[in-house]
Design a protein around this ligand. Structure first.
Ligand SMILES: NC(=O)c1ccc[n+]([C@@H]2O[C@H](COP(=O)([O-])OP(=O)(O)OC[C@H]3O[C@@H](n4cnc5c(N)ncnc54)[C@H](OP(=O)(O)O)[C@@H]3O)[C@@H](O)[C@H]2O)c1
Length: 275
């Protein structure tokens, strides 16, 4: 049966990969992001595969952008089966250098944007006993030096996912937390203001990154199976295991890796470990 999938942050990276994966299966897609031109070109590609796609310019830091999409679909008699709260970016830098505004900007998107997406879609999901997927990160299990803002935001997403299992169970809504390691995307080309630095190189070596398509396949398979958490990438699984059982090892490794590393220039695309 055709499902309707709503994805925030669908203009790039993992969100776009998820859209491609669902389109290949013939599902209907509602794609949300701020850069409409990217959404439109993705939609054209997906429609060529035969998928029904609508695109919606929306910013998860603004009240009402996601609920307007839900209402638009409802006005056409379309319910929602799966919601991906995926939109996010990374603020990086030593805690002594970052300002409170840097942390607020990070939380506005990665935490309150996720919360807003949940609050604005749960009524529709309740009607279909649908699925809610929160995109966290391996950094939500293992925090490292220079990554306080991003890790704090992803720890918060993980805490939220844990509470939602119980909070949404009476409504029959299943919750999945996705915790990716390094996946091909623009995240490490995006600066602390959330602006993509076109042409910047991903500092993570290609051999360590998993392709967006592969990650999307693994995520969709896990969501179909109703998994509570999907850790994507082999290195991600190892890090999560170590963080759970031997947190001191990560602290020790972090000290060695970050000792003496220079701070990125203000506005530069950063850091090696964002993911
Ligand atoms: N790739 C990795 O290695 C990795 C690892 C762990 C976790 N993650 C998580 O995966 C998610 C997707 O990131 P990605 O890696 O695919 O990065 P990406 O290629 O930079 O994509 C980020 C997406 O989020 C959207 N977005 C950002 N701020 C938004 C806002 N305020 N409102 C609406 N959309 C917004 C962007 O679209 P617009 O700019 O057009 O709005 C874009 O579509 C994030 O939550 C990230 O933290 C990624």
């Amino acid at each position: 049966m055709t499902q309707t999938i709503l994805i925030t942050g669908a203009s790039s990276g993992i969100g776009a990969g998820l859209a491609r994966e669902y389109a290949r299966r013939g599902d209907r897609l509602a794609l949300i992001a701020r850069r409409l031109e990217l959404l439109e070109s993705l939609a054209a590609e997906l429609r060529a595969l035969g998928a029904e796609v609508t695109v919606h310019q929306g910013d998860v830091t603004r009240d009402g952008d996601v609920s307007r999409v839900v209402e638009e679909l409802a006005s056409r008699g379309i319910g929602i089966d799966v919601v991906y709260a995926n939109a996010g970016f990374g603020v990086a830098g030593n805690v002594q250098k970052l300002s409170i505004a840097d942390y607020q900007r990070q939380f506005d998107t990665n935490v309150f944007g996720v919360l807003r997406t949940i609050k604005e879609t749960v009524p529709a999901l309740r009607a279909r006993r649908g699925r809610l997927v929160l995109v966290g990160s391996v950094a939500g299990h293992a925090a490292s030096a220079g990554m306080s803002a991003y890790s704090m935001s992803k720890f918060a997403v993980r805490a939220l996912a844990e509470t939602l299992h119980g909070d949404l169970a009476p409504d029959g809504i299943r919750v999945t937390l996705v915790s990716p390691g390094f996946v091909d995307s623009d995240i490490r080309r995006t600066n602390n203001q959330g602006v993509v630095q076109t042409g910047a190189k991903d500092p993570i070596p290609a051999w360590l990154r998993v392709s967006t398509d592969k990650a999307a396949r693994e995520i969709v398979r896990g969501v179909d199976r109703g998994k509570a958490e999907i850790v994507v990438t082999g290195h991600g699984k190892v890090i999560v295991f170590i963080a759970r059982h031997f947190p001191g090892v990560l602290r020790w490794a972090g000290l060695r890796v970050y000792k003496g590393r220079p701070e990125p220039a203000k506005g530069a695309a950063v850091p090696r470990s964002r993911g």
